[in-house]
Design a protein around this ligand. Structure first.
Ligand code: FES
Length: 188
């Protein structure tokens, strides 16, 4: 199940995780240049190039956006506007698990704000941030279509219903354990 986030959502071509772990920044930039060369003459190249860049780097740092802007000859303001528009683009490093707390009306009135506070406390980060160990990123959503079971939290594609602020650590525990046991995806 996908979330209805604050920004317009669409299906990315690939997940946000970096698939070139171990590559140097220069190697990633060279790879990006090869991709840009392939897409340069195609109309609507910006979004796919950004998707591939995010997959290479794990997120979209400003230097990469500027590079894409220059190479595709598209104003930087337009590039950053597209990045802001689509929810699957991130300009900060994303955690292994993306936690989204719903603050839509139904969830808000049933304690969504308290759930968010408890989540911030448990993770030690604010909305839009990633934990230092890159295990969790925290975001908010505006309705995941499960209002009858509010308050709702999504962790990756898993929907957690009727979440209680007192049970947040329990909720996060399997995701932490997956990391500790080395169960993360290996990427491509
Ligand atoms: S308002 Fe939270 S799921 Fe609809």
């Amino acid at each position: 199940m996908r979330s209805n986030q604050e920004k317009t959502a669409a299906q990315p071509a690939q997940a946000a995780g970096c698939c070139c772990k171990g590559s140097t920044e220069d190697e990633l930039m060279s790879r990006l240049d090869e991709i840009i060369d392939e897409y340069a003459t195609i109309d609507g190249a910006l979004v796919p190039v950004l998707q591939i860049a995010q997959n290479l780097f794990g997120y979209l740092p400003k230097t990469v956006l500027k590079h894409i802007s220059k190479r595709l000859n598209i104003p930087y303001s337009q590039v950053s506007g597209v990045v802001s528009f689509y929810s699957f683009f991130s300009t900060t490093p994303q955690g292994k698990n993306v936690v989204r707390v719903c603050l839509g009306t139904a969830c808000y009135v049933r304690g969504g704000k308290e759930v968010l506070s408890a989540m911030q406390k448990a993770l030690g980060i604010n909305v839009g941030e990633t934990t230092e160990d890159r295990v969790f990123s925290l975001e908010v959503g505006r309705c995941f279509g499960a209002c009858g079971l509010a308050p709702v939290v999504m962790i990756n594609d898993n929907v957690h219903q009727r979440v209680k602020p007192t049970k947040i650590r329990e909720l996060l525990s399997p995701y932490r354990e997956a990391k500790e046991e080395g169960k993360e995806d290996k990427g491509c």
